[in-house]
Write a protein that binds this ligand. Structure first.
Ligand code: FAD
Ligand code: MLT
Ligand code: ZN
Length: 525
């Protein structure tokens, strides 16, 4: 067994351990997500994916088409912020994974709620379909028009409205980039209750619209709990102001919850009020190696038991995931190669207290043979290097080929069985099959890559993955949403009655169906 030390004085030395000193670690890369899609440094111009409507054989609904007169009206509503050049529209018409493509002819860039309201009122009257777009990091094709829907970008709605440094309530426009908000809060001793690999690109409005989970859900809980209020514009232009900053408010239905996770199908979120925690004073990250998934589960149980309230993240990745970040991103694995890796983060207010607890946990994990090797980081640079190994798997996979992406939640002891069964089922027909995810949340990311999209591989994966998940009482979308790609599979996770009620709510708020059509809720026809 080996245990290497990165920043923490090595305290757990016993005669059974071999200490390996790591001399060099990869540079921190988290900040590179500031241009998340640009991270994929392709040397040749990438080939555009086929049009979504062709690959998936979808028929256009009878919405109006944008005319020259519409463009004139838009120019009056958002002067100088109407984008129609094909080259400028290209990146907005293709998703981050480069798997779906629309052909929107116009993108509007409102700066405030009133402009959004005017745009939607006009589009509703004219029966023009729209797609809200934040940072365009959706992994389910939610942010891309399927045909020629008008794109409404929140990119220019990026102002912080207020921050209460006693309660921690932050109020901001929907287009604020998650990482920018975190930096804003850091200067004030606070942090965002949400963290994800796309933080440099995704917008807080997009995070709410997808109810993003991410890397710190274990600590801070879901956005359904931390969002205090929001403002949204309904399809007919009505401004719905639920932007309060109260922790407790039981007056009537909690309407904000309708918009959280609604993926732009009920209205456009224009502002957000969110409860932010204090920035933790002490953070430690440990990367541990385990020989089997059974050991991974035992490490999870042990760390919950021994670390208790200071545990802030518990992620896992398999050897194949480690291989893709090493191969495509040249990241350095600081511990000896093994079958599984667990990344544990602690966040607390007392470095001494946290270190002591972590040391005890690690000593027990090593002594009992749950962990074969590990490394601990306490300084920021090294912490980021360890996190990069886990956070950048998504990006590495995009280099590997066409990615079939599944985001599933299920009883935690079943998480890896599905990966193994998928491997057995696909044999050599896939290029790479990886399993990683948010162990602490029972959330598996099963990803399969191939040189290109093939209908045969898709048919081998679906409905197999969804049926398997349903049989184990799981959800076919733990955190990424349904978007375009998973819409018609909703019934694997929701009852017929529940889907009918969703369709009724959709019809009530959006009778013409102009908001992000073809997404999330199956059509009731
Ligand atoms: P977009 O991609 O632009 O839009 C997403 C959906 O929300 C679309 O349906 C869009 O129409 C709608 N929408 C956007 N803005 C608004 C608005 N203001 N009002 C109404 N609807 C709107 N997700 C997780 O849950 N956990 C993760 O750990 C995670 N990691 C990721 C890592 C990478 C590298 C990438 C590329 C994606 C990751 N995602 C993750 C997926 C993605 O859901 C999140 O990145 C993010 O929440 C999307 O925000 P966005 O601003 O990019 O939204
Ligand atoms: C993650 O946890 O890394 C994200 O949800 C993205 C992904 O699933 O690849
Ligand atoms: Zn995730």
């Amino acid at each position: 067994m080996t245990f290497s030390e990165l920043g923490v004085p090595f305290r757990w030395c016993s005669r059974t351990w071999t200490m390996t000193k790591i001399t060099r670690m990869a540079k921190p890369c988290r900040g590179q997500f500031a241009i998340a899609s640009g991270c994929r440094l392709l040397s040749v111009k990438p080939v555009d994916p086929p049009l979504t409507s062709e690959r998936y054989k979808v028929s256009r609904l009878p919405f109006s088409q944008v005319t020259a007169q519409d463009l004139n009206c838009f120019q009056q509503l958002v002067p100088g912020r109407v984008v129609t050049e094909e080259d400028d529209l290209r990146s907005h018409n293709i998703d981050w994974l480069r798997t779906v493509r629309g052909h929107s002819k116009v993108l509007l860039r409102p700066q405030n709620t009133n402009e959004v309201s005017e745009i939607l009122r006009y589009c509703n009257e004219r029966n023009l379909a729209v797609t809200p777009q934040g940072g365009n990091t959706s992994l389910v094709g939610g942010s891309i028009p399927v045909f020629d829907e008008i794109l409404i970008s929140t990119a220019l709605m990026d102002q912080v409205i207020s921050f209460d440094d006693i309660s921690g309530a932050l109020v901001c426009q929907a287009g604020c980039v998650l990482e920018a908000l975190d930096k804003y809060l850091e200067r004030r001793g606070y942090t965002m209750p949400l963290d994800l690999g796309a933080k440099g690109s995704c917008h807080i409005g997009g995070n709410l619209a997808t109810n993003a989970g991410g890397l710190k859900l274990l600590r801070y809980g879901s956005l359904r709990g931390t969002v205090l209020g929001l403002e949204a514009v309904l399809p007919d232009g009505t401004i719905l102001n639920c932007l309060n900053s109260l922790r407790k408010d039981n007056t009537g239905y909690d309407l904000k919850q309708l918009f959280i996770g609604s993926e732009g199908t009920l209205g456009l979120i224009t502002a957000v009020s969110i409860l932010c925690p204090r920035k933790p004073g002490a953070v430690n990250v440990a990367l541990l190696g385990c020989e089997s998934f059974t050991r991974v589960l035992q490490v999870f149980t042990l760390c919950r038991d021994r670390l208790g309230e200071i545990l802030s993240a518990c992620e896992f990745m398999d050897a194949a995931s480690m291989k893709v970040v090493q191969t495509h991103l040249k990241l350095n694995n600081p511990i000896p190669a093994t079958a599984f890796y667990v990344l544990i983060e602690t966040s607390g207010s007392s470095a001494h207290h946290d270190e002591e607890k972590l040391n005890e946990f690690l000593a027990q994990a090593l002594d009992t043979g749950l962990v074969t090797a590990g490394t601990v980081a306490t300084d920021q640079t090294k912490i980021l290097s360890l996190w990069a190994l886990r956070e950048r798997i998504t990006e590495a996979l995009a280099h590997d080929g066409y990615v079939f992406k599944y985001d599933l939640s299920m009883p935690v002891n079943k998480l890896y069985t599905l990966v193994e069964e998928t491997r057995a089922r696909l044999g050599k027909s896939a290029k790479t099959i990886v399993g990683y995810g948010h162990l602490g949340d029972g959330n598996l990311h099963l990803n399969v890559t191939a040189e290109s999209h093939t209908d045969s591989l898709l048919a081998a994966l679906e409905p197999f993955v969804y049926e398997w998940t349903a049989q184990h009482r799981g959800s076919i979308s733990a955190e990424h949403g349904l978007g375009f790609k998973k819409r018609d599979h909703i019934h694997y996770s929701k009852s017929t009655e529940a889907v009918h009620l969703m369709q009724k709510i959709k019809r009530m708020l959006d009778p013409k169906g102009i908001m992000n059509p073809y997404k999330t809720i199956p059509s009731s026809d």
